[in-house]
Structures are given as C-alpha cells and as structure tokens.
Design a protein. Structure first.
Length: 169
C-alpha cells in the first residue's frame, strides 16, 4: 500500500498568510489615516496641549522673531521662578527629559550664559532659555546673540521667543 501526502485547507491557509513588516506597516498607516479623517487632528492630549500654544511673530529692532505664548511651570532645580521669568524669554533647547535640559543648561552656563534657566509646559516639554527679557528690544538683542553664537547647536524650531501665558494678558 502506498501513502500519498495530503494537503489540508488548514496547512494551506497557514502558508498563504505569512505576515511581514510591510503588511503590518500598511495596516498601521490605514488605521492612522482613518483616525485623522475621523477626528480632523491628532486626538491625543499632547496634541491638544500643543494646539493651545499660540504662535506669532515678534517684531523688534528691525528683526522678526518667532514667538510662542503658552502656559509654563517652573522646573525644580531649573533656575527659574515666577519672579525671575521675563515677558519675553529666548528658548534655545526643547527636551522631553529634564535630565537633557539640565545638561544643556549646565553647558550654557559654562559658555557664558550665566542666567540660563529651564521651564516646562503641560505636556511636559522642558525649554532651556538663555535670557529673560522685559522688552521686545532686549529680546531682539538676546535673540541675535544666540543666533550668532557658533557654540550653541540650534535645531529647528530654535531659537524662538517664549511668552508665558500668565504674562500675556
């Protein structure tokens, strides 16, 4: 008697449905697209916080600088307080980890920016600032100094002016 191999529908199905990275990626991109179409914007709490920040331009001393107005907090050991924060603050770094913000602040202080400080947003994002200014002209001078300083590595969208929401009223 001779035995022949039998192919069942189950084993055929297992061979025909191999998963691959491209299949997963395609399913993920489809789900993301459906989410965008249904909600209009990213529906996470962080996106809502980011969207609450107001962006505009500050024009002073013949220079136009990007400016954000948003609610901030004062980071522990960050060198800032409600009394020391300015109406206009020059931001040169943005981090998700406070450890990285503290390292940048220490480097800035070693490089001549003694008054560098850290504030945070509700997301939280940690902003490293080089100057707290009272007037737009002071902010323009500090902004120009930062842009011309080759020792500071700036990544988009840096630098920008941060205007605390509680001072923008």
């Amino acid at each position: 008697m001779r035995l022949l191999p039998v192919v069942t529908g189950l084993s055929l199905l297992a061979v025909g449905c191999k998963t691959s990275e491209s299949n997963y990626r395609q399913a993920y991109e489809t789900a993301v697209q459906k989410n965008r179409e249904s909600s209009g914007v990213d529906s996470t709490i962080y996106a809502r916080i980011r969207n609450s920040a107001k962006t505009s331009d500050l024009v002073a001393a013949g220079d136009t600088m990007p400016m954000r107005t948003e609610y901030i907090g004062y980071t522990e050991d960050g060198g800032s307080s409600r009394e020391s924060i300015g109406q206009y603050n020059v931001v040169v770094g943005q981090f998700k980890q406070v450890f990285n913000a503290r390292q940048m602040r220490a480097r800035l202080q070693g490089g001549g920016y003694d008054s560098a400080f850290i504030v945070h947003t509700r997301e939280p994002l940690y902003y490293v600032c080089t100057a707290a200014c009272k007037t737009p002209d002071e902010a323009a001078a500090a902004f120009g100094r930062v842009k011309s300083d080759r020792s500071i590595v700036l990544r988009a969208p840096m630098p920008f002016i941060l205007r605390p929401a509680h001072l923008a009223r």
